[in-house]
Design a protein around this ligand. Structure first.
Ligand code: NAG
Length: 178
């Protein structure tokens, strides 16, 4: 604005050929401005495009985050001492629920069989010959679908033990959604 105003004031003092020369110069000047202007407009649309892309990516991440349910549980079998032996395989209920984020633990079953739905995934056993405590620990990483259930079961004739010391525990956590 200030440049255009300056040129206008200058024009008042000019006439004839000088005026014509001035008009030519002004035309060139206007063309330059138009060129600058379209360049700026181009840059603006590319910035707008980048902004839109970023916003789309943020939306996508926010949706992913919402779907990223947090699941983790940690339970122990009982305070009551021995569980079993029974004559049949028995689903175990881990009655001490210490941590249950995401409510993924309900009828938690603890024992030597690990089941995914009705399919056996693992069998752990420890031979106990003396009066001392025996322990085994294992872990599995499974690809699960919604509504799949994991439980532990005590095989027929086997015995587990737990008391206030939390010796028999069952834990799980969602590593990440697929
Ligand atoms: C068993 O676990 C509970 C919950 O974490 C805890 O309060 C309690 O002290 C534990 N018992 C022993 C003997 O560690």
């Amino acid at each position: 604005m200030r440049v255009a105003f300056g040129l206008l004031v200058l024009l008042l003092g000019l006439c004839g050929n000088e005026l014509r020369d001035m008009v030519v110069m002004l035309k060139v000047y206007v063309q330059m401005l138009q060129h600058d202007n379209s360049e700026m407009a181009g840059r603006l649309t590319s910035s707008e495009r980048e902004l839109l892309d970023s916003m789309k990516r943020i939306d996508k991440l926010e949706n992913l985050n919402k779907a990223n349910t947090k699941v983790a549980f940690y339970t122990a079998l009982t305070d009551a001492g021995y569980v079993g032996p029974f004559t049949t395989d028995t689903t175990l209920k881990f009655s001490k629920v210490f941590t249950n984020i995401g409510n993924a633990y309900n009828a938690g079953l603890m024992g030597v069989y690990v089941y995914k739905n009705n399919q056996k995934i693992m069998f752990n056993v420890e031979w106990k010959e003396d009066q001392l405590y025996k322990y085994f620990t294992n872990s599995v990483i499974l690809e699960l679908m919604a509504r799949d259930e994991i439980h532990l079961a005590l095989p027929a004739t086997h015995v587990l033990y737990d008391d206030g010391s939390n010796q028999s525990t069952f834990s799980g956590a969602l590593l990440f959604p697929l």
